[in-house]
Design a protein around this ligand. Structure first.
Ligand SMILES: *[C@@H]1O[C@H](CO)[C@@H](O)[C@H](O)[C@H]1NC(C)=O
Ligand SMILES: *[C@@H]1O[C@H](CO)[C@@H](O)[C@H](O)[C@H]1NC(C)=O
Ligand SMILES: *[C@@H]1O[C@H](CO)[C@@H](O)[C@H](O)[C@H]1NC(C)=O
Ligand SMILES: *[C@@H]1O[C@H](CO)[C@@H](O)[C@H](O)[C@H]1NC(C)=O
Ligand SMILES: *[C@@H]1O[C@H](CO)[C@@H](O)[C@H](O)[C@H]1NC(C)=O
Length: 220
């Protein structure tokens, strides 16, 4: 009963020490919608059936414990033909929306069968952004009759990763506040430069509010 097991182990380690199976181009990214996607390409996977290929993904927050992400899907398997170094090539990928939201580094690992060692596939760093910024300060003076705009952007010193959604409250994200043909009388109002950051259902909002921005200066 022991012999077949031993034989299989030896076959597997032979294939690996022969350096045939190669994992390449591994990457892990986080989208602005906090979906995390990872993938690795493999070539010459030395297995008898493509179903023997197994990719399992793990993650680790900073130096914390390593936890299972998912058994990733194996896509686009192809058997390379016409070569004695035949094997399977394709890619393993995963996509998760229950993203890590703790700030710091999240390292993603892949266990790829038939490669025996766990490998690092990529790292993402979650960084909380600073307060949003505007180029229009409290009490800014604009000349009468002109057009001006005020931007609302993420913090230059702490932009955040993944990037937050930033914009003026009531306007589409990224759109400036436009003031056309600035009137003689002061425009007295309050505007809110607002930023939302975090995974859905667990996001934070930061606001920089400015009031009485536009005070016109009479043109001569
Ligand atoms: C991985 O495979 C995909 C699909 O075949 C290909 O588009 C991509 O360029 C490959 N990446 C690397 C780094 O080889
Ligand atoms: C893939 O590998 C994982 C971890 O070793 C294991 O738990 C799982 O059962 C394997 N899946 C298949 C289909 O072999
Ligand atoms: C077989 O594969 C090896 C390694 O990838 C390569 O060097 C060789 O040229 C290939 N032979 C043929 C006939 O395609
Ligand atoms: C995350 O890792 C990068 C390098 O990989 C390092 O520069 C940075 O300090 C780390 N951040 C934290 C919060 O540990
Ligand atoms: C906006 O800023 C003004 C002046 O700094 C402050 O008095 C007011 O409470 C703020 N309003 C909100 C909603 O944050």
């Amino acid at each position: 009963m022991l012999m077949p097991t031993l034989f299989l182990l030896l076959t597997t380690s032979f294939a690996v020490t022969a350096g045939q199976t190669e994992l390449s181009g591994c990457r892990v990214d986080i989208d602005t919608d906090w979906t995390v996607r990872g993938s690795c390409n493999y070539t010459k996977a030395d297995v008898s059936r493509v179903n023997d290929i197994n990719c399992t993904w793990y993650r680790q927050h900073n130096q914390g414990s390593v936890t299972l992400v998912t058994e990733g899907s194996v896509t686009s398997q192809q058997k390379t033909e016409g070569n004695e170094t035949d094997g399977y090539s394709g890619s393993c990928s995963f996509s998760v929306t229950d993203s890590p939201s703790q700030t710091g580094n999240h390292t993603f690992y892949i266990d790829f069968v038939p490669v025996p060692e766990r490998m690092i596939a990529g790292q993402i760093e979650i960084m909380e952004p600073g307060k949003p910024e505007t180029n229009c300060l409290e009490g800014t003076v604009f000349p009468e009759g002109q057009d001006r705009s005020c931007d609302c952007t993420n913090s230059k010193s702490q932009p955040g990763s993944p990037p937050p959604t930033v914009g003026w409250r009531g306007s589409a994200p990224g759109q400036p506040l436009l003031f056309r043909d600035i009137p003689r009388h002061p425009i007295e109002s309050r505007w809110f430069c607002e930023m939302t950051w975090g995974p859905e259902g667990n996001s934070i909002v930061k606001t920089t509010n400015i009031s009485t921005v536009i005070v016109c200066e009479y043109s001569k």
